[in-house]
Design a protein around this ligand. Structure first.
Ligand code: GUN
Length: 311
């Protein structure tokens, strides 16, 4: 078997086009321009790239944005004040504090300062609780993107066995809840799970969100499963390329390491997934593209909820 590739791009483009139309309507009919504030602290290079992509995409689809960047040694109290000021501004609909924050800043304190109505990451405990109880909420972007890819690719979730590997607050936990809400039978696995492969092999839908390149291998995958790879890992070792990627990708991957020093790999061994799965989301080009699209969608939802009391 050779898996069907579930490309993220067409799904992300479709969502962005829908959001763009919605934004135009909000501006024309209600005079509301949804606006996102992105707070970044320090000089983490990956964060700089992600934030750049968020701000650029917002501009492309008519969403306003403000990028607030602070030095790595900025005091926690100052960031709390910045968030409080954004909470109070009527023209700001969404607030995103890019993670990770420098070690001296208490991440939880900052995330809990964000007004839940403006929490476009869906990381505030109020939104996490609402999601768990099945109420309307702002849902974390990456797991919401996974559901969109499955739905828009015609993959039924109801009644299926779904296994999520990883239990982070950002992906694993909300992913599990969303699959449950879509009527899957859900199992969450993690670093302490015994006989992981026996459990993941039960999965009709297997979601990998552990943060380790190629952790999910052939032995973990049931023949014909749908495999969703949420990982984004940097691989610099040419030996790993031979192990992780299908033959027809090797040359391109080795060239990437040669030219840029690294290639991106998911949490799933792509070679094994292509051989065993019915469908697979590639890295790059899969779920990663959905995160920003869903952030835009959340920003518009936040604008509607707060300013029009509708979604
Ligand atoms: N860092 C990595 N992913 C994310 C995300 O989805 N949101 C925020 N705020 N920071 C991140």
């Amino acid at each position: 078997m050779s898996a069907i590739i579930l490309a993220g791009k067409p799904v992300a483009e479709a969502i962005k086009a829908e959001v763009s139309t919605e934004v135009a309507g909000l501006i024309d009919i209600h005079g509301i321009k949804p606006t996102l504030a992105v707070v970044r602290v320090g000089e983490d290079p990956a964060s700089a790239v992600y934030v750049g992509s968020k701000v650029r995409t917002a501009a492309e689809i008519g969403i306003g944005s403000e990028h607030l960047h602070f030095a790595a040694d900025t005091a926690e109290a100052e960031i709390v004040d910045v968030v409080a000021t954004l909470n109070a501004r009527d023209d700001i609909d969404g607030i995103l504090v890019q993670l990770p924050l420098p070690a001296h800043i208490n991440e939880r304190r900052i995330l809990e300062t964000i007004d839940p109505l403006k929490d476009v990451d869906g990381f505030h405990p109020v939104n996490a609780g609402r999601l768990l109880q099945g109420h309307e909420s702002l849902v974390p972007c990456t797991p919401a993107g996974v559901i969109e890819v499955l739905r828009r690719s015609g993959i039924e979730i109801a009644g299926k066995r779904a296994v999520v590997v990883g239990r982070s607050n950002i992906v694993g936990k909300p992913m599990s809840v969303l699959l449950l809400q879509n009527d899957a039978t859900v199992t969450i696995c993690h670093s302490r799970t015994r006989d992981l492969a026996a459990i993941t092999r039960e999965a009709d839908i297997l979601v990998a969100a552990i943060g380790r390149a190629g952790f999910v291998r052939g032995e973990h995958i049931r023949e014909g499963a749908v495999v969703v790879d949420v990982g984004i890992n940097s691989v610099t070792d040419t030996g790993a390329v031979r192990e992780l990627f299908p033959d027809d990708e090797q040359e391109r991957r080795l060239a990437a390491i040669n030219d840029r020093g690294a290639t991106l790999a998911g949490d799933v061994n792509a070679r094994d997934a292509m051989a065993k799965a019915a469908a697979y989301t590639p890295v790059p080009g899969g779920i990663g593209l959905l995160t920003v699209a869903m952030l835009m969608k959340n920003t518009v939802t936040a604008a509607r909820m707060r300013r029009l009391a509708s979604i």
